[in-house]
Ligand binder design. Structure first.
Ligand code: PLP
Length: 396
C-alpha cells in the first residue's frame, strides 16, 4: 500500500456537511419539486455579476494581444492591474498605496494561504474567533501553524475579550478577523476594532515581536444600510488585508483576490516578499490573467446586492416573530440563529424533515446555532416561512 500523506487523504475524503446538504437538496428536489425544497446551505451569490464584467471580458478578449493576454503575468500580478487596484482602494479609503503593495491571488482562499505560509513557522499560533469560516483551520494547519480558537460572544458576535486574552501567547503570530462575518453576518463595531488594536499593540510589546492582524474581507462590500465597516489598517498598523471579488462581484468561480500589505506594516517589504515566496512555494505562479484585468476594471462596482438586504429584513422579522433568537446581521448573506435545541446537528436534521436545509453551527466552532445562507431568490424565503414556523412549533 502506498505511503501517502494521511493528513491530506483525510482532508480529501472528509465529508463536507454543506456539500452533503446541497446534494440532499438536489435529490429531494427531484422527488418533490424544486419549489418545495428550501436550500439555505451554500454561500453562492444568487445575483449575476454586473453587466460591466462580461462587457469588459469581451472587450479585453477582442482587443488585447492574445499572446500577452493568455501569457504569464508577473508572479505578483500584472503591474497595471495592481496600479488600478491601488487607485481604487486609495479613492475609497483615503490611503496612498501603490501597485507594489498588492499581491494578486486565486481568491481570498489563496490570499489567506499565502499569509499563513508566509508568516508562520512550524508551531506558531494563529488565533481565530468563533464563529469562523471552517477552512481557516485547514489553511493554518497546512502552513504548519496551530489554530487557537476564541469561543464566540454569542450575545452580539463581537469579541469576547476575556477569552481573547486567554488565547494569546508568545507563540501567537497572527490573528484572523472576518467582518462582515461568515456565518453570523455581523460587522465588528469600531469600538471592537479599537479594543482589538489596543490588546494587540500591548501584547506585541510584551512579547517583543509583531502580531499580524489578517483581515479576511470577501464580504466588505455586502453591507446593509446603517452599518459601516471600519477599514482595519487605519486602526492597527500590522494589518494584512485579504480580499476577493467572489461575493461582491458574484465571481466565486473566477477565483480572483489579493493580499494588500500596507507600507506601515513592520518590515513591510520583507512581509510582502514572504507572501510572494509562499505563493511561489505553493505553485500559484500568477492569478488568472483575464480576470485580473476584468476585476481591476470593475473594482469600483458590485453586483446588485440589494436583494440580500431585502432577504435579511424579511427573514429576520419573520424568524423573530416565530420565536427564533437571531443577532441582526450588518452585512453578508448569512444569519446565525440559535438552534431551538442544544444539539445544533439534531436541530438541522429536524429542519430537513421540513425540507429546510440549514447548516449546524458546530462546524463554524459555535454549537447551538445554525447558519442560514439567504443568497436565494426572495420568493424562496417567502415560500420557506411556513416550514420555519412548523419547525418552531415542534419546540413550543
Ligand atoms: N473567507 C470567507 C469568510 C469566506 O466565506 C470565503 C468563501 O465563502 C472565503 C474566505 C473564500 O473566498 P474565495 O472564494 O474568494 O476564495
Amino acid at each position: 500500500m502506498t505511503n501517502l500523506n494521511e493528513k491530506m487523504v483525510a482532508l480529501g475524503t472528509q465529508r463536507s456537511v454543506i456539500r452533503e446538504l446541497f446534494e440532499f437538496g438536489k435529490l429531494r428536489a427531484a422527488e418533490i419539486g424544486a419549489e418545495n425544497v428550501f436550500d439555505f446551505s451554500i454561500g453562492n451569490p444568487s445575483v449575476p455579476a454586473p453587466a460591466k464584467v462580461n462587457e469588459t471580458a469581451a472587450r479585453i478578449l477582442s482587443e488585447m494581444d492574445p499572446v500577452l493576454l493568455h501569457g504569464y503575468t508577473s508572479a505578483q500580478g500584472d503591474a497595471g492591474v495592481r496600479a488600478m487596484l491601488a487607485d481604487s482602494v486609495n479613492r475609497r479609503f483615503h490611503t496612498s498605496y501603490c501597485a507594489d503593495h498588492f499581491y494578486m491571488t486565486v481568491g481570498a482562499a489563496a490570499a489567506l494561504c499565502c499569509c499563513f505560509h508566509g508568516l508562520c513557522n512550524a508551531g506558531d499560533e494563529v488565533v481565530i474567533f468563533a464563529p469562523y469560516f471552517p477552512e481557516y483551520t485547514v489553511f493554518a494547519r497546512g502552513a504548519g501553524a496551530n489554530p487557537v480558537i476564541v469561543p464566540a460572544d454569542t450575545e452580539a458576535f463581537q469579541i469576547d475579550f476575556t477569552a481573547f486574552a486567554q488565547a494569546l501567547s508568545p507563540a501567537t503570530k497572527a490573528v484572523v478577523v472576518n467582518s462582515p462575518n461568515n456565518p453570523s453576518g455581523v460587522v465588528y463595531a469600531e469600538e471592537t476594532i479599537q479594543k482589538l488594536a489596543a490588546v494587540l499593540n500591548a501584547k506585541a510589546e510584551e512579547y517583543g515581536h509583531p502580531i499580524y492582524l489578517i483581515s479576511d474581507e470577501p464580504y466588505r462590500e455586502i453591507v446593509f444600510s446603517g452599518t459601516t465597516v471600519p477599514f482595519l489598517p487605519d486602526y492597527y498598523k500590522n494589518t494584512l488585508v485579504c480580499y476577493s471579488w467572489s461575493k461582491s462581484l458574484s465571481l466565486p468561480g473566477e477565483r480572483m483576490g489579493y493580499v494588500l500589505v500596507p507600507p506601515a506594516v513592520e518590515d513591510s517589504a520583507q512581509v510582502y516578499a514572504a507572501i510572494a515566496g509562499a505563493g511561489r512555494s505553493l505553485g500559484y505562479v500568477n492569478a488568472p490573467s483575464l480576470f485580473q484585468r476584468v476585476c481591476a476594471a470593475c473594482a469600483d462596482e458590485t453586483s446588485d446586492i440589494s436583494v440580500y438586504e431585502t432577504n435579511k429584513n424579511l427573514l429576520l422579522k419573520s424568524l423573530r416573530e416565530m420565536g427564533y433568537q437571531v443577532v441582526e446581521p450588518g452585512g453578508t448573506f448569512y444569519m446565525f440563529p440559535r438552534s431551538l435545541e442544544e444539539d445544533d446537528a439534531a436541530f438541522a436534521e429536524r429542519a430537513k424533515a421540513h425540507n429546510l436545509l440549514i447548516v449546524p453551527g458546530c462546524g463554524f466552532g459555535c454549537p447551538g446555532h445554525v447558519r442560514i445562507s439567504y443568497c436565494v431568490p426572495t420568493e424562496q424565503i417567502k415560500r420557506s416561512l411556513p416550514a420555519f414556523e412548523a419547525l418552531a412549533k415542534e419546540y413550543r
